[in-house]
Design a protein around this ligand. Structure first.
Ligand code: ADP
Length: 399
């Protein structure tokens, strides 16, 4: 079966068509600037030149139509007709406390996604728009919603409750949900498979270090704790997000800079992290270059980033009373051997974790990067959220 995976943002739409026979990517692409002037579709097929189309996309339905047109085009297409697509898997940010697992979309599921607009104001409306666009363009095709919050739904109460009055959980569902859930589930399972670990008992910490960054603890692939919270703001220092801060910082900046809470939250989400600390960039490559050239705050930002990761690893090793494997993934985790090496060598000696420089000299493929005498196995495991969504979609439509 061929599965189309869609990831809709407010003005963008990423897609991949995956052949589930061998899990190969038949085509992938991106629609940019939906609803804005200058909309563009970029369609990539392995072994062929990229196809680019600049044409008006007033809404997501038009973008979805163009994706189906590109997939079935005589020249750039990879399928003869949309009938070849078995189902569509949608990345959805927030399922709230009600939708705890991936599910086939029906009216109830759409209502819950809509009810969660408050919890995922930037993503959930776009995700629902993508689903409704598919219902319009290819009526009758099964749509599956795969939630970023699913991994966090197996957390125990002690990990997901915030220590605030319980009425706010009861009234509004305020709790830790965690994000990048599809990645944490995928990478923890791949780590167990690749590392031949105990599928029931393996204690795994996954460090998803990208522009957005989060870290999780799982036992046998089941979430025990995760660093993002009610929103993706909590936890690690990220490209532009602060991660953990004392909530009183918000009040202080509001009072002294005459800003609203929303404005300060925007600063914490979009102007903080390594960008805010270094003043250089949210891109780790730029910050690393600046640090090498002697920019002190760029060095401090990277140091703080690694320190925060190490603190969470310590916390999660304690939460699980041990750790068998630590996996690095996402843009920084998969490509930046220096960051991996420094995290392990500066902070994880007490766990008996030892990195092997030769094995660590690797990018973007599954690899063991610890030495043979390391007490904790260290891995590089590339994440693949699209494949995880496609696998879940296939499982549900075949059930
Ligand atoms: P997201 O999906 O959250 O947007 P990614 O997982 O794609 O982010 O990661 C993007 C980040 O990965 C960028 O900050 C980029 O600088 C970083 N990155 C990519 N390659 C390297 C590298 N070779 N060294 C350091 N950082 C890298």
């Amino acid at each position: 079966m061929k599965i189309l995976v869609l990831n809709c943002g407010s003005s963008s739409l990423k897609y991949q068509l995956i052949d589930m026979e061998d899990e190969s990517v038949l085509a992938k692409g991106l629609c940019e600037r939906i609803g804005i002037e200058g909309s563009k579709l970029t369609h990539k097929v392995p072994g062929k030149d990229d196809f680019e189309l600049e044409t008006a996309m007033p809404d997501h339905a038009k973008a979805v139509q163009l994706v189906f047109d590109a997939l079935t085009d005589k020249e750039h297409g990879v399928i003869a007709s949309v009938d070849e697509i078995g189902a569509i898997g949608h990345r959805v940010l927030h399922g709230g406390p009600k939708l705890t697992e991936s599910c086939i979309v029906d009216e109830h599921v759409k209502k819950v996604i809509r009810d969660c607009f408050d919890l995922g104001p930037l993503h959930n409306p776009a995700n629902l728009t993508g689903i409704e666009a598919c219902e319009k363009v290819v009526p009758g095709k099964k749509n599956v919603a795969v939630f970023d919050t699913t991994f966090g739904m197996s957390l125990p109460e002690k990990a997901y409750y915030y220590a605030i009055p319980t009425e706010y959980y009861e009234k509004y569902g305020i709790r830790r949900y965690g994000f990048h859930g599809t990645s944490h589930t995928f990478v923890s399972h791949e780590t167990i498979k690749f590392g031949h670990l105990d599928p029931e008992k393996a204690k795994v910490i996954v460090c998803h270090l990208g522009n957005g960054a989060s870290i999780s603890a799982s036992i046998g692939g089941k979430g025990v704790d995760t660093s993002m919270g009610l929103t993706p703001l909590e936890g690690l220092i990220m490209g532009t997000r602060s991660g953990d801060v004392d909530a009183a910082v918000v009040q202080f900046i509001c009072n002294h800079e005459h800003k609203t809470v929303d404005e300060v939250l925007n600063i914490l989400n979009k102007k903080s992290g390594v960008l805010g600390m270094s003043g250089v960039s949210s891109d780790f490559r730029d910050v690393e270059k600046a640090a090498e050239e002697g920019n002190h705050m760029a060095e401090v930002a990277l140091d703080a980033f690694r320190y925060r990761v190490a603190k969470y690893i310590g916390a999660y090793a304690a939460a699980m009373n041990g750790v068998d494997a630590i996996a690095f993934t996402a843009g920084v985790g998969e490509n930046d051997k220096k960051t991996r090496k420094l995290i392990v060598e500066q902070y994880l000696g007490y766990l008996g974790a030892k990195i092997d420089d030769k094995r660590n000299d690797v990018r973007g493929k599954e690899a063991l990067i610890s030495s043979d005498d390391s007490k904790v196995k260290l891995f590089l495991i590339p994440t693949n959220e699209e494949l995880a969504i496609a696998r879940d979609t296939l499982r549900l439509v075949e059930a």
